[in-house]
Structure formats: C-alpha cells, structure tokens
Design a protein around this ligand. Structure first.
Ligand code: HEM
Length: 411
C-alpha cells in the first residue's frame, strides 16, 4: 500500500505573507491568491502559519480540541498578567475552552437565537433612523465615524443603558479593539478601556437590581440577570459577558458596515436598490460578508497535527483569515465579483467556525441589514475620494476613515 510521506511544516519552503504591513492591509486578497498559487493551503507569516484554503479551515476547525486559544499568550507577551486588561483577556468567553465554555455558551444561547435577534429589529431601525436624523443634514461626514455609533448605540439600548455613556464607551472600545495588535504602546489605553467598561457594567447591574423593569418584554440585560439570579451565571461572568458583547460587536460591525458601504460606492445602482428593496439589502450584506469579513481567528496547536501531507507542529500559532477562504474560485464561481444574487452565498465563514462561532451573528447580520437599508434610502448619491487608511489585517480588518459627500433625502 502506498504511503504518503509527511513533512514537518517547519521544513517546507512556504510562501511568506507580510500581513502586518500597511501595504498588505490596503489590498490583502492578491497576496493570498499568490500564496495559494505557491502552496495550496498553507503560508507563513512572522507569528506562525496562515491557512489560506476554505476546506482546510473547515477541516482543521472540525477538531477544535486539537487547538487552544492564545489570549493568555498575548497577555504574557505584553507582560500584562494580573492587570485589569490581562485578567479580562484571560477570562472572557473567547478565551474559554472545552466544558466551561460549553456550559457558558449553553446558558447564553437562548438569548441570541435568530428569533430573539429578530425581536430587536424595531430597536435597530429606530436607532439608525435617529442617527441619520442627526448626521444626514450635514451632507458630508466620515462614514467610519458615523458607523461606529450604530452598534454601540444598539448594544446600549439592548441593555437599557443611557445614551450619555456612549462617548465614554466608544473611546474604551477603540482602545480595547487594539488588543490583538500586541503593541505595548497601546497597553495603557487598553487598561483604561477595560477599567471604564468594568465600572460601567457594575453600575448598570447595580441600577437594574435596585430598580427592576416590570411589565415589559425582557431586554437583554433582564435575560442575563435572570441567568444570574438562577445561579447559571456568576456575578463575575455576568459582568465579563456584558463587556465582551460590546467588545465583540463594536469593531466588527462598524468595519463591516463601512466595508459594505465602500463596496457600494462604485455600484450606485446596487446601492439605490438597497434603499428601496429590504430583501435585496440583506443579500448585499451576505455577499459583503463573503468578500470582506473583518476577522481572522487564531489558535495555538495542542499537539502535532498531520494534514494533507504536512505536520503542523504542537505549540505553533495558526491564523485563519476567514474572508480569504471564499475568494477562491473552487468555492465561489467568479469569486472576485461582488454579486448579491449568487447562489450559496451563506457558505461564507465570516462569523467563524466550531464551538466559538459568533454568538451575536444574528444581531450583527440584522443590524447591518437594517442599517444599510436605512442609510441607502437617506444618503443619496454618495461620493468619496476613498479610504484614508486601513486597519491592520491580522486584527479586526477594515477601513480607517471614509470621507463621503451625499445628497440628504427626507426621512
Ligand atoms: C460583523 C460583525 C461580527 C463579526 C464579523 C463577528 C465575528 C466573530 C467571529 C469570527 C467569532 C469567533 C472568533 C474565534 O473563534 O476566534 C466571534 C465570536 C463572538 N462574537 Fe462575533 N462578530 C460580529 C458581531 C458580533 C456582535 C454584534 C456580537 C454581540 C451582540 C458578537 C458576539 C460574539 C461573541 C460573544 C463571541 C464569542 C463566542 C464564543 O466564544 O462562544 N459578535 N464573532
């Protein structure tokens, strides 16, 4: 019987990706295409391996017990053990693995079903309408800045927080969003961001305990506090989950909405239709997720993993750039074409894979959908000189500043 020789990844001459460079972030996808031409599924960058193929991502994630999260390593590299930021990174649910993670996920899942998220649509519509009432009369603004207020305002309303806190929380989110940059220069701001969030959620929980809401449909905070009252979530877990919901939903949603809008700037007919046709806007959002999702998952291997003739060594760091997978002709015909009507658009993996797949994905999908529909009906004929820069690719990728001018339409 023929045997396939296994080669250690370290011995292979793999394509090298300079993922952390500005020029890379400005146009990442041709780099990945070149890497795939040199090796069908694996590349390297300065912090480990990069998986470049859709099926390889799915196969490797099928056994998540072979991998572990790397937040504790990030904290160690940043020499921040025992600090507020370090403790939060080591404790939040994306750091948890195995049974403790499953238990927490099972407790939270009923509050994040598609049905629950759908109940939040009126709140999302009201939020984007109010933001547009405030911003649209200007006739010009930075779209990224505008977009940043949307997910944070939705999240505040989902938990009944006062809008007064939004500027403070937004600064904290901007700082905490730099966590995977592993750049010690940002550490003081990240520490301050976590302390701000801890104070905010402690006060929020205390206020709701002192004055419970009655006679209304429970909001997200009521649901989580009911889990806490039933002993399913400890006080610490409740606070950490609340903070993490903000962190997980901020950069990702803001960048995704901005990337989607940017994609449509050169497609005025599609953009116009998004404002008129609610269902078409949903298809555009799904296609935008296929072509531009913002995150890369990272894991550390818990053992040597043989895969397609290569052994990926124990303790290696492996990166999974999720949007890259569906830029591949094998998985999406005419993959570089932005086509909202394409079939199987749901095969994108922008919300991740495996046990940690995005808990807030329906909230994220619905708020970007409602946001895009409302924006396209209120900001007519948008024009832009283009993005002012790009967020680093290995963190939460996106545009840095997108100035636009437009004709405001009546609400
Ligand atoms: C465009 C928006 C979003 C994108 C692209 C996105 C993407 C992701 C991805 C890829 C993961 C898995 C990360 C990993 O396995 O390493 C994840 C996890 C998570 N996301 Fe999202 N996300 C988005 C919005 C949101 C929102 C709005 C919320 C909250 C309402 C949220 C809450 C979470 C939570 C709690 C987890 C951790 C799940 C777990 O560990 O079991 N996300 N997200």
């Amino acid at each position: 019987m023929a045997t396939t020789a296994l080669q250690y990844g370290a011995d292979l001459d793999l394509p090298f990706l300079t993922m952390d460079e500005d020029a890379f972030a400005a146009d990442p996808f041709p780099h990945f295409a070149r890497a795939r031409a040199a090796h069908p599924w694996l590349a390297r960058w300065k912090l480990g391996y990069v998986v470049t193929d859709y099926q390889a991502m799915r196969d490797l994630f099928a056994n998540e017990s072979d991998m572990r999260m790397m937040y504790d390593s990030i904290v160690a590299i940043m020499e921040a053990k025992g600090t507020p930021w370090g403790n939060f990174q080591e404790r939040h649910m994306l750091s948890m693995m195995g049974e403790p993670h499953k238990r927490l996920r099972d407790v939270l899942a009923p509050s994040f079903t598609p049905r629950r998220a759908n109940l939040h649509r009126p709140l999302m519509r009201a939020t984007i309408a109010e933001l547009l009432d405030e911003w649209a009369p200007k006739g010009e603004f930075d779209f990224e800045e505008f977009a940043s207020y949307f997910p944070i305002t939705v999240m505040c309303r989902l938990i009944g927080a006062s809008p007064d806190v939004i500027p403070r929380l937004r600064s904290a989110m901007e700082a905490i969003g730099l966590s995977t940059s592993m750049d010690p220069r940002w550490l003081p701001a990240m520490q301050e961001g976590v302390v701000t969030m801890e104070t905010f959620v402690d006060e929020l929980i205390a206020a709701r305990r002192a004055e419970p809401r009655t006679g209304q449909e429970p909001d997200l905070l009521d649901l989580l506090m009911a889990n806490n009252a039933q002993g399913e979530l400890s006080d610490r877990e409740l606070a950490d989950v609340l903070i993490f919901l903000f962190v997980a939903g901020y950069d990702t949603s803001k960048n995704m909405l901005t990337l989607t809008f940017w994609e449509l700037l050169s497609r005025p007919e599609m953009y116009r239709r998004c404002g008129e046709d609610h269902d078409y806007a949903r298809k555009v959002v799904e296609e935008a997720f296929r072509i531009h999702s913002t995150t890369s998952n990272q894991r550390i291997l818990s053992r040597d993993i043989p895969y397609r003739g290569v052994v990926l060594e124990k303790d290696s760091i492996v990166w999974f750039p999720l949007s890259v997978a569906t830029h591949d002709e094998r998985y999406a015909a005419d993959a570089e074409r932005f086509d909202p009507e394409r079939e199987q658009v749901n095969r994108h993996i922008g919300f991740g894979l495996g046990p940690h797949i995005c808990l807030g994905q329906y909230i994220a999908r619905f708020q970007i959908h409602e946001g895009l529909h409302a924006i396209a009906s209120r900001l007519r004929d948008p024009q832009s000189p283009g993005p002012q820069g790009y967020r680093p690719f290995p963190g939460t990728w996106g545009l840095r500043g997108l100035p636009i001018t437009f004709t405001p339409a009546i609400a």
